[in-house]
Ligand binder design. Sequence first.
Ligand SMILES: NC(=O)c1ccc[n+]([C@@H]2O[C@H](COP(=O)([O-])OP(=O)(O)OC[C@H]3O[C@@H](n4cnc5c(N)ncnc54)[C@H](O)[C@@H]3O)[C@@H](O)[C@H]2O)c1
Length: 334
Amino acid sequence: MTIRIAVIGAGLMGADHARIVAEEMPGARLQVVCDRDAARARSVAEALGAADVASDPEAVIARADVDAVVVASPDPTHAPLSLACIRAGRRVLCEKPLSQAPAECLEVMAAEQAAGARFVMVGFMRRFDPALAAMRAALAEGRIGRALVMHNLHRNVETPAADFTGAMAITNSAPHEFDAARHVLGTDYAAISAWQARRSDDRVAPVVMVLETTDGQIVTVEVNNNAAYGYDVRAELVGETGGIATNHLAHTRTDAGRAACLPYDADWRPRYAEAYRRQMRAFLRFAATGAFPEAAASAWDGYAAAVAAEAGARALAEGRRVPVEMIALPELYA
Ligand SMILES: NC(=O)c1ccc[n+]([C@@H]2O[C@H](COP(=O)([O-])OP(=O)(O)OC[C@H]3O[C@@H](n4cnc5c(N)ncnc54)[C@H](O)[C@@H]3O)[C@@H](O)[C@H]2O)c1
């Protein structure tokens, strides 16, 4: 069976998802590339041999020749388009965050519960990163004892927009860490505190957060959107009898001038190439069978990240520790 995929949003992420579907997934077909910018949709569709192009996402979701949808348009479109997919009975791989507003995530969950099934997989692709999966397995297998602390660094070369703020570092960038640590530790958050350093120019400075889990672990997160030197994500898990850290990934090391030099990527796509592929394979299985993939992030996980992000933005704005308060876990997500 070939799964016909519509990709909505043909920017950096959408074009990459479309390429993975078209070139790396034998069981899938790139059916429609949809972007509000028709020229962009056409250029991605032509480059990848998509069957059709479109500019109205709601109409695309309702098409009879589309089996499943990838949403990679900007953050505010994620919840409304996920709701449209649920209404149309289409499984959707929705880029993170599901929404920056927990209330919108609750709407998506309510729609899934009313439909009696899960339709939404949230694109927290780090869950499919072999390094993070190995960290989670080491903990589950008891190789480092009970988890105590998880440290996370998330550094980008520069901010995507000139008006990027510390709050946006928490609501747009840090949800990856909120989800990854929650996934590895298997716990929820109890509270979050946040601080921001001061730079010598007007660029957004690093934000540092400390989260306390409901099981008494500590999670630290540094998000530096203007690190300049390269894209760099690291995690280290400290347990009672050992620890495990993700390694920097590079294909080469240059030895010259009495120094060993490892290159950094310009953005996240090379570092997480395998995670994006594994995530898409899991999504296609989900679309084909309706069985939610074990490692994937559900709408509930999207909600959990949004609650942590909202509390984090408040912690930064108000300069205080803010409780992370979630509703009880609905049965559909247990
Ligand atoms: N998982 C990850 O690693 C990761 C990395 C970067 C970005 N993201 C997320 O992916 C999403 C897209 O990010 P990006 O960097 O590709 O952005 P982008 O600006 O490069 O692309 C967004 C595209 O969506 C189009 N668009 C806007 N509104 C639309 C609408 N209503 N319907 C159809 N198309 C619409 C725009 O014209 C643009 O082509 C964001 O939500 C972002 O948070 C995820």
